[in-house]
Design a protein around this ligand. Sequence first.
Ligand code: 9D3
Length: 251
Amino acid sequence: MQRVDIVTIFPEALAYLDHSILKRARDRGVLQVVVWDLRDFTTDRHRQVDDTPYGGGAGMVMKPEPFFAAVEAIRAAAPYTTPRIILTSPQGERFTHAVAQKLAAQGHLIILCGHYEGIDERVRRGLATDEISIGDYVLTGGELPAMVIVDAVARFISGVVGDATSVEADSFADGLLDHPHYTRPPEFRAMKVPDVLLSGNHEAVRRWRHAQRLRRTLARRPDLLTADTLGEEDRRVLDEVEPEREGPGSI
Ligand code: 9D3
């Protein structure tokens, strides 16, 4: 069983983890998520988790002691694991499909959620094994990133996503974006489902979908098309397909 412990000053904000696919994973006993309130590891009357920065300046810095005490409590609760300790921070390594896959291979993760202007550097130097950012935009804290990380990591645990092949077939697993999807009706508001999808020709459908994936990736995310995502057949298909023009909302 995979275990994830999350340390935060807003434990209620992690309620999403009690729902959807993650609830199913927890109910099935393949994933255990425990949320810890950082304030429970303070020792002062005011349960203070932050303080003014040495050297001056605006804003507050999260104190190191509660994080160390929380991790010690987690280690005592799970004594036979060697956890990776992830600090969420705008300065971290960018979270990607590959990072999620690597973390899913670890039995135990501890995620420390940052807040305020920053965290005392001793948490980084003396506690964290990894530091992760989910992208180049400024959030108010590490809670949303922690849930993003748990969601993406949990999908790699067998028994979390219904069908293991859908994880394998995912966009990013092979470096290409997804192809278009259609369901009934065959025509809706003058927009027709492409004939090939109604043809019953499975080989033609497979080729169409693959060409669509290449076309979309070329149009929207050319940065994903590297030497190792493109096979020889892909290059031939790319030479033949029209670049994508119709964006969302257009006809
Ligand atoms: C003044 C400099 N800011 C750093 C860019 C300070 C700062 C802003 C926002 C410090 C912490 C935060 C809160 N964000 C996170 O803790 C965070 C985050 C993010 O803001 N973007 C993307 N990934 C992450 S992971 C944690």
